[in-house]
Design a protein around this ligand. Structure first.
Ligand SMILES: Cc1cc2nc3c(=O)[nH]c(=O)nc-3n(C[C@H](O)[C@H](O)[C@H](O)COP(=O)(O)OP(=O)(O)OC[C@H]3O[C@@H](n4cnc5c(N)ncnc54)[C@H](O)[C@@H]3O)c2cc1C
Length: 416
């Protein structure tokens, strides 16, 4: 099996790089073990919410130049980031994902707990606020289904009430959801979302909620409308003459699953090969070059390419793995940045920046991977596997994945 580029990992970074290359006619294969962080996504992509020293950021572009090496943004440069930001939104639109947001002004979106959090781009069907205290309504009905435990209506109400929004909590019982409820382990957001793929079930929901929403300005519902596209939510909105605010549930995230599916399908429509459920286990490396990779499903059959991109994620996706006293990268045994003193890995204050979050592979400024201090000429690393940033503390996870993917893909396109 021979490709122009083989990408290891089909999360946000791998898919963005794959789509960018495939759209320009390069033959790519993405090999991906399974679920990615997108399945847990809030429906928003963060670019930069805080500097490493804790300074709050409202205008990410205005602060980019304050980031030093080895932060991935410092390697890419603010000019390129501004261009990639526009191009990413357009690419997502072509894939069927509509986003709103601005690189020069963060906005706020709701977390599953009802608090608001700074971010860059949010799915168009979510409610966003320009300021953390600028709520568009004075009264809302928060609706849930009996037995659905992944949507915390009371916490959401507590948060909204801090901002003088009056909340009315209601449960609506619908026969097609009660059917799922007979098996409590099935009572998950993705299964509920599947029932709302039928318009008649949305009609039944609208009828069931109407007694509760007469005297409120908006209705707050779990984000369970639209697992394959945004059509169910648009249909719901057309049937209710109220503002509809969807709030992401506890995982799995229906909007995240939808985004991942839309990106995979778009990549395949562009001619890409997506190997889901397969894992790259090892590679042939000669001197400073990857010659082939081998996967679990294809055993000794070589997969070869001119270039390879490692987008296998951080600890969460096992792109890097912690031993008691070290951190390693399991496919190529790349050089990894970590603190050799384990007691420095974490802070007992859970709200403090956690050092382990900045561990990851070390690269050159153009994201070539490094192995035993030697630069591998045809292997790049992108996304959350990169060291030099702390996605949680700096609020930059989505942005680092997107920008590093666009940057590496562009460099590959320039080279041939
Ligand atoms: C739970 C969680 C929620 C997050 N939510 C947000 C959010 O809402 N907004 C935001 O901006 N950022 C969020 N982040 C930050 C997040 O890291 C990035 O936004 C981004 O999605 C990471 O993408 P990635 O492609 O680098 O890695 P991942 O999404 O982790 O994807 C890596 C993929 O590689 C596959 N893989 C791993 N090893 C192999 C192998 N050897 N062979 C083949 N495949 C392999 C994995 O199965 C996985 O599919 C979140 C992070 C986590 C952990």
């Amino acid at each position: 099996m021979k490709f122009d580029t083989i990408i290891i990992g089909g999360g946000l970074a791998g898919l963005v790089a794959g789509i960018r290359l495939q759209e320009k006619g390069r033959q790519c294969a993405i090999v991906s073990t399974g679920q990615s962080a997108l399945h847990f996504s809030s429906g928003s992509f963060d670019l930069l919410g805080k500097l490493p020293d804790g300074t709050e950021v409202d205008n990410p572009m205005g602060m980019m130049n304050r980031l030093d090496a080895p932060h991935p943004y410092s390697y890419i440069g603010s000019e390129a980031i501004a261009v990639y930001a526009d191009e990413f939104s357009e690419m997502m639109k072509r894939a069927g994902v509509n986003l709103v947001g601005n690189v020069s002004q963060n906005h706020y979106h709701f977390t599953p707990m009802g608090s608001v959090k700074k971010t860059w781009l949010t799915l168009k069907d979510f409610t966003i606020l320009d300021r953390p205290d600028n709520f568009p309504w004075k009264s809302v009905a928060i609706i849930n289904f009996p037995g659905f435990l992944d949507f915390y209506t009371k916490f959401i109400a507590d948060e909204l009430e801090k901002h003088d929004v009056k909340c009315k909590l209601s449960l609506v019982k619908l026969p097609f959801i009660e059917k799922i409820r007979t098996n409590p382990t099935e009572m998950r957001s993705a299964n509920i979302a599947k029932t709302f793929e039928k318009e008649e079930n949305i009609d039944a929901f609208v009828e069931a909620v109407s007694p509760y929403i007469k005297d409120v300005e908006a209705i707050v519902v779990p984000a369970v409308f639209g697992i394959y596209s945004d059509k169910p939510l648009l249909y719901l909105k057309s049937k209710l003459n109220k503002d509809v605010c969807t709030i992401a549930t506890m995982p799995p995230s229906v909007p995240g699953i939808r985004m991942q599916q839309q990106l995979i399908h778009y990549f395949i429509r562009q001619g890409g090969t997506f190997m889901l459920g397969d894992t790259v286990e090892r590679a042939d490396i000669e001197k400073d070059e990857v010659k082939a990779v081998y996967t679990a499903n294809h055993s000794d059959i070589k997969m070869t390419a001119d270039n390879y991109i490692l987008a296998s994620g951080s600890f969460f996706s096992r792109g890097i793995i912690a031993r008691p006293d070290s951190v390693y990268e399991p496919v190529f045994d790349l050089d990894v940045f970590y603190d050799t003193d384990r007691s420095h890995w974490y802070d007992t204050d859970v709200f403090a920046p956690q050092k382990y979050m900045s561990f990851g592979v070390i690269t050159t400024p153009d994201f070539h991977a490094i192995r035993k201090h030697v630069t591998i000429t045809n292997l790049y690393a992108i996304g959350s596997i990169l060291s030099g940033h702390n996605a949680l503390h700096e609020g930059c996870g989505g942005g680092v994945s997107i920008m590093s993917a666009m940057h590496v893909a562009d460099n590959l396109l320039k080279n041939k």
